[in-house]
Design a protein around this ligand. Structure first.
Ligand SMILES: O=C(O)CCC(=O)C(=O)O
Ligand SMILES: [Fe+2]
Length: 276
């Protein structure tokens, strides 16, 4: 299920060209307070919060009703067309990956496809300028993704920066040329009752080089009711998560601070819902 290498190149090119535009141009597609799409910074809640060293452009793609056309750059001219083609390919990749994951769980191959309905898909392009004091800021604070799967492309020629938390240590994920990083998100952790675990990750900045990443989030439709799949729960593996509506979870996710795997508390059995 490879994706044409030319397409990986083109998406990086339009992303980079967009981020290189004068600020005023980019701000025409600005993320407004309390929203999650457009050009801006992630998860800004207060004026005195320490911000991550990252600019991003986030766009909802599927289903179509989540699109906000005025937030799509008109420059570079190939932007929309490239995002459209790239995202169609990445969508197929996610569908295939979920088929394989279902099979590892002894579920029917189309299990997730059927449960998710018209899956929600969004793209986020992250641009991390170089930072003279990488020890003082993070590119992106530690978090797990709320998605089922995340497909992450690290820009060619970009320095490493992605790190995952493994055995309480931050481990760098070295960029592999022409390869994606696939992350498991909270949704799969809940559905599989913890058999698949969402990965806590963060991004650090580089002293000299800027860094680009292109990230696709693939998640169930907002109407989907989620909870551990009954076949994956038994006395040796008791139910760890409650059943909830994915739309509600998404709302909770995007209105919470990036703080490790804290957003998953929302779904835990016998836990208080975080209010901050
Ligand atoms: O830039 C990266 O490598 C990480 C990006 C990320 O984790 C995200 O956008 O959710
Ligand atoms: Fe992430």
């Amino acid at each position: 299920h490879g994706i044409d290498l030319g397409l990986l190149k083109s998406i990086e090119k339009v992303a980079k060209d967009f981020f290189m535009l004068p600020l005023g141009e980019k701000q025409k597609h600005q993320m407004l307070p309390g929203t999650v799409q457009g050009y801006g910074q992630a998860f800004v809640f207060s004026e005195d919060q320490k911000l991550d060293w990252c600019n991003m452009l986030a766009l909802g793609l599927e289903p179509h009703f989540i699109r906000v056309p005025q937030l799509w750059p008109t420059e570079p001219v190939k932007f929309s067309e490239t995002v459209e083609i790239y995202s169609g390919e990445v969508r197929k990749l996610c569908q295939h990956l979920l088929e394989y994951i279902a099979m590892t769980l002894n579920l029917r191959a189309d299990f997730f496809e059927e449960m998710f309905g018209v899956a929600v898909q969004a793209i986020r392009m992250n641009y991390y300028p170089p930072c003279a004091r990488p020890d003082l800021v993070l590119g992106l604070s530690p978090h797990s993704d709320g998605s089922a799967l995340t497909v992450l492309q690290q820009g060619k020629g970009s320095p490493g920066g992605l790190q995952i938390l493994k055995d309480s240590k931050w481990v760098p994920v070295q960029p592999v040329p022409n390869a994606f990083v696939i992350n498991i998100g909270d949704t799969l952790e809940v559905l599989t009752n913890g058999k698949y675990k969402s990965v806590e990750h963060r991004a650090v900045t580089d002293r000299e080089k800027d860094r680009l990443s292109i990230v696709t989030f693939y998640a169930p439709s907002y109407e989907t009711e989620l909870g551990p799949i009954p076949e994956l729960v038994d006395e040796n593996n008791p139910c760890k998560y409650r059943t909830y509506n994915h739309g509600e979870y998404s709302k909770h996710y995007v209105t919470s601070k990036l703080q490790g795997k804290k957003t998953l508390e929302f779904a835990k059995v016998e836990s208080k819902i975080a209010t901050s």
